[in-house]
Design a protein. Structure first.
Lengths: 375, 405, 375, 405
């Protein structure tokens, strides 16, 4: 047993931190709220230089052939500084393409970063919802997947797709005669519309994707591989959230040591101290589950749905708690526009409602355990 | 035990309602069709409307008659508020002045101050703001650093910074807590002043919140000249004077009922439209818990009112109602956004505004933690925390903190 | 508006406190756990002497003709000292009988306390459950009401009926051709079995009631009156719980002032202080809702379901929190057999799972509001 | 990053498993058919089984070889624990002695003490108990009042009371923290002793918990005579010696994995049988939250183990795993009882026992609040609370507290 990072992983993480530090990502997150998202720095060239687009693509196709845990380390660094690197959409898309023989041709330009992909999130069936679903545009009821016609075209809607605007390839799951099949659609394809939407966190570019008899490449990925992409996305957003929690805790602790009230540093008061210890507790739990998810995808694939869902569930709550604690520890100043805390708060608010929502992930944890208990 | 009006109260209600029925056509429209949008126009229209309300006796209901009030009790104030809400017209613009600052001046001000300021305040001719909090004196209000230095001619010079000031951008006057003696322990060296907001050296800057809106202001004082008539309640008595203001703040909260527009009916309405949500046991459970607590606050308000009628002053536990409201509304925002999805976070959504506003409200008027300390000590009688700042001159305290930090 | 107690109400409450103080009810609660429930003092004669059995019966039938809020004051005092006075079963039963013309004959001996009644709790329909239900013997699914046959006999089961063992009259709701009707069954009637059950809190005598073609008096109470009995029971158990919270808070505060650790009274630490303030906050909220429920039953009957359910929901959580805080503030000693805290904890644990459960009441609050919102 | 055994570890595991396969027939049966019920018989059987485990090298895996251990690392200890669990046989009876008290004696004891006590402890011939906590010294362990007074002949006389003592009812020896000098500040006047539990003046009384079971004991010392050889780690060094024990306690917790039988699979099993519950979104949400945190603790254990393998000592943050486990199990108990109803509270129900046991466990080994203080200060580096008891002689401190109370 060894749950420590390898030297290569430490290097990957440090390199990511270094590369991201060259951009004022947090300031940009604030400015983009006032102006518009096109004002955000384009981090894709940096990501490409660092080799991130090909992280999960095998070396035969020009990728690094690394594992999900390595990708999670990079996402964690992005989360620390609220960097809008479109990997949450790109990486699961490359995972689906990599598991399909028809995906091979598309992979080389995606590995080099010459092209960028986005994953149309599709949630595999569970105990309550017996079919595949995707996020609805609004409301609690899950939406239906696009359908794949006999002519190979795809029709349907997928709402709130991370990183969809500007993506060169959209990779998703559709239903063909009721069975899930993977598909890839290239930008500019007939009947494809991507509506750019921004909600609360300017660093996240989302798209409402509409497909109207859009010509697509049907992918021969297995249902398990299609499902795995969903859990991969859960693990990645979990890692990203934990990165944000780290910053929230660091900044809050520093302020609690320095700010005085009633003659004492506020960090000496139990209310503040216990709240920050609670952030640490949740952070530690989240980190441990990142290891679980990172290990399970290859080490015990049957546990990957449980591990990734648990990681998503805990890390999302951790970020919610940490962002509120960050505001609260800073008193009134933490709720002002110029402070960084509101930006982490916005990130928390939006993240927990994407990709099936963190409550969906929590439900999936229960579903996996209950299914196991009765088996 | 009943919630009905006595015959006298019913008569008062009828009288208020009749006036409102007749005059609501001249009230400013703030929402819906034909609503005013320009900030200056809104302020002007609301000031004029406050004047009409004051003339009709619907502002300052509990103020003594000699200062233009009605000399009535808290129940009549609540009846008046209820009828204004029912008529769907705005209330007075300067709720802070009329609710908290005016009563402070009535309690502690000199006769000339009462004559000069109270009438104009009540009629909305001059709007007021409360200049207590500072960047380094939020929860610990007695730590104010804004300095007022007496000059040889008996006038004062004021320098410092206040923050979290509502209405400062259009206020005529502010009631300001300043340090006038740094060589005595911190509670003893403060004085309350009336500050003209158009005085030279006063700068107001909007302070943007999470939502992007400037809901509060920062106010800077750069060597502002005040004459000795600006002192309220005597030099060195600022802390006692401030406590009066804070007591009226609690009364205002106590009478706020279910408060601040955060009520369970509104939250239920947001969810009722989603068929999947209204049948989801978890959503219902959350809504039920939130709503139960907000309903409780409504009846806590009635209990407070009953106590006020008997002449009892609400204690610090009244602040627990604010804790319930703010935390309930935070939970409601979470729930609604979970139900509606990211659209609830759209810039144009009411819910996004609420979700952004609440974290700041949690700290406004002292943090929840400090409130819980106060209630634990003053209501439950629990022993205080060790205080390291007791009896130490303010000037030494600051250097000591600096050394520790 | 006046939400203060009348002089008569203050007197009723003080008299109740005085009468109960003559018994060592808390000690008895502990001893009965070790021995058996028959070791508990019989408080019915005292209750009879105080006139509690007839609290809600009008004076024409020998009762005091008082209101639900008066009864709640008495229950609050019982809750303060964990007294097992069987009013939770008796009072709603008398309310049903009082609203039916056929109930009149039964009322006089119930008003005097010569006989004792118990209510078979029946939950009115809501948004999710469209029919009347009662508590199941086990599990989350609600159980069906007994049925009333054309011959006037009743058959069915009702589980966990408070105060059923030893009651002279059982008053419940059955379905006759699908419609709710009230019925009364006397002890000793054919086919009636009451299984004595004790769960965790020895002061609560519960019964599993089985009716097998049992002859019954059918009561012409309206469906609204039958529903009102359910909410009355909710309001009474809420009041009882709030009484227990008062004691838990008093005892905890006293200990927090007196016990020292690290050179300071533990009540000076924020963790303890804030926790006890939280008990007070929940207590205050619960009290306010008792006023709401007490007022609404006559003042605004349409709101009584909402008011009573909200009171139940908040007071149950308040007791749960207060009992745990009581144990926790007392450190290890609070978790020992000889301490009173575990008895309040046992009370909390059982109470929240009776009479539809406090989570059922919470759901009902939501149901009432959602129904109102869409109307 | 992997969870697999190295070849060496796999070989060790195979060896342990082989021994257990061969010998598990002689393990005491504690549950199910043929289970022992008499308390004395259970203790005797478990002591004998511990002896067999020790002979086979399955007890004291990390103890140095010179004291009868295997001199192996924490990973082998965990492998051993895992295989014992897999074989469904009991582990060692004296986990407290072998896990915490033995290592303390190894670190601080005199050679004669090591020779005399360690072997008998390891083989279960003599069971040990930990005599640290007192009624007025729980979270604040340095406040112990049990007094050991030196006699003119160099022997000691011990008087006082300990509490929350596991296994005292059948222990042969206890490791006891006593005050030997009340005239110095409280951390400085303590000494650690080995106390024979059959000495004259020692009385053990079972302490019943919420469940009615006596899970712990009170131990009374009435002028108990101890010779000077009973001192461990030197007179006045008791606090430092106690810290070693507490460090090994953290290691034990850190290696406890999902711990104490409170695991998500078991909780899910309780709910899975109720069809309405398993389809209820609220029940599922609760279960999902609880289970996610308990799964996290399992992997936190693996991370701790990785650190231990590299020679790193777990810090106080390891205690947060206990917070997660206890609070998760409390929530699980609530959820299960809500699903099953009052039957879950039946005296014979496992869940009733768990629900009764957990509130006490929350305080065992220091309250959650103290742990959060320690983690906040030692891990996050937050400033300490003002301490009023620093540097004050213990004797004065007690009278001061008495006056304040």
């Amino acid at each position: 047993m060894n749950l420590a990072l390898s030297d290569e992983q430490v290097f990957l993480r440090e390199a990511a931190r270094g590369a991201l530090s060259r951009f004022k990502t947090v300031e940009a997150a604030r400015e983009a709220l006032d102006s518009d998202q096109s004002a955000l720095p384009d981090l894709w060239p940096m990501a490409t230089e660092a080799g991130w687009p090909g992280l999960l693509i095998d070396d035969a196709h020009g990728g690094a052939g690394l594992d999900v845990f390595d990708a999670m380390l990079v996402l964690g660094e992005c989360g620390r500084v609220l960097a809008g690197v479109p990997l949450l959409g790109h990486l699961p898309a490359t995972a689906i393409l990599g598991s399909a023989s028809a995906g091979g041709d598309l992979l080389a330009p995606l590995a080099s970063g010459e092209k960028r992909a986005a994953y149309l999130p599709a949630e595999p069936p569970g105990e309550i919802e017996s079919g595949w679903t995707c996020d609805p545009a609004r409301g609690l009821a899950r939406a239906e997947l696009p359908t794949v016609g006999a002519d190979g075209t795809v029709s349907g809607h997928v709402a709130f797709v991370p990183d969809a605007p500007g993506a060169d390839v959209l990779v998703g799951v559709g239903l063909e005669d009721g069975s899930p099949v993977g598909f890839a659609v290239e930008s500019g394809a007939a009947g494809l519309e991507v509506e750019d939407v921004m909600r609360y966190d300017a660093t996240r570019r989302l798209g409402h994707v509409t497909l109207s008899a859009t010509p697509a490449t049907v992918l021969d990925a297995s249902a398990d591989d299609l499902a795995s992409a969903w859990y991969l996305a859960q693990a990645l957003i979990a890692a990203e959230s934990i990165g944000s929690v780290e910053t929230a805790l660091d900044v809050s602790v520093a302020y609690a040591k320095e700010r005085h009230t009633f003659g004492r540093a506020i960090g000496s008061y139990q209310a503040v101290k216990h709240s920050l210890t609670e952030v640490l507790r949740q952070l530690d739990n989240g980190r441990s589950l990142l290891y679980y998810a990172g290990w399970a995808r290859n080490g015990s694939p049957g546990e990957f749905p449980l591990a990734a869902s648990a990681a998503r569930s805990v890390s999302s709550r951790a970020l919610d708690y940490a962002a509120r604690a960050m505001i609260s520890v800073h008193g009134g100043i933490g709720a002002t526009w110029e402070h960084d805390a509101p930006l982490y708060f916005r990130r928390a608010q939006l993240s927990r409602r994407l990709l099936g929502g963190s409550s969906g992930a929590t439900d999936r944890v229960a579903g996996e355990l209950l299914a196991g208990a009765s088996a | 035990m009943d919630l009905d009006d006595t015959p006298d109260q019913a008569a008062y209600r009828a009288q208020v309602r009749a006036w409102l029925d007749q005059n609501k056509g001249s009230a400013p429209v703030l929402q819906g069709e034909g609503a005013l949008t320009d900030e200056d126009e809104i302020v002007a229209a609301r000031r004029a409307w406050q004047g009409k309300l004051a003339e009709a006796g619907l502002a300052g209901v509990t103020w003594p008659k000699e200062f233009g009030g009605q000399g009535l009790g808290p129940i009549e104030q609540v009846i008046c508020n209820q009828e204004i809400a029912r008529a769907k017209v705005p209330g007075i613009l300067d709720a802070i002045g009329v609710g908290m600052l005016g009563p402070t001046i009535i309690a502690h001000g000199a006769d000339e101050q009462k004559t000069r300021y109270l009438g104009a305040m009540l009629h909305g001719d001059e709007v007021w703001c409360q200049l207590f909090s500072e960047p380094a004196a939020g929860s610990d209000l007695a730590a104010v650093q804004t300095r007022a230095r007496r000059q040889d001619d008996g006038t004062w010079r004021l320098s410092g910074q206040k923050v979290w000031t509502t209405n400062a951008q259009f206020a005529s006057y502010g009631l300001l807590l300043a340090r006038t003696d740094a060589d005595v322990p911190k509670h003893k060296g403060m004085t309350m002043f009336i500050v003209p907001m158009d005085a030279e050296g006063v700068t107001v800057r909007g302070l943007r919140q999470i939502s992007g809106e400037a809901e509060f202001n920062e106010v800077f004082f750069d060597d502002v000249a005040l004459d000795d008539g600006a002192v309220v309640g005597g030099v060195g008595n600022g802390w006692g004077t401030a406590l009066t203001t804070l007591m009226y703040e609690r009364v205002t909260i106590g009478l706020g009922g279910e408060g601040m527009g955060y009520n369970s009916t509104r939250f239920a309405g947001a969810i009722a439209g989603d068929e999947a949500a209204r049948r989801d046991p978890e959503v219902r459970h959350q809504l039920g818990e939130i709503a139960s607590e907000l309903l409780a606050v409504r009846f806590t308000g009635y209990r407070t009112l009953t106590a006020l009628q008997k002449g009892q002053i609400p204690g610090p536990e009244a602040g627990l109602a604010k804790v319930t409201i703010v935390n309930g509304a935070i939970r409601a925002g979470d729930l609604i956004a979970d139900v509606l999805g990211p659209d609830a976070l759209d810039e144009d959504s009411d819910w996004a505004y609420m979700i952004s506003f609440l974290p700041g409200l949690k700290s406004a008027g002292g943090t929840e933690e400090i409130l819980r300390n106060t209630v634990g000590e003053r209501v439950l009688g629990l022993p205080p925390e060790p205080r390291l700042d007791k009896g130490i001159p303010f000037s030494e305290l600051r250097s000591k903190e600096g050394a520790a930090a």
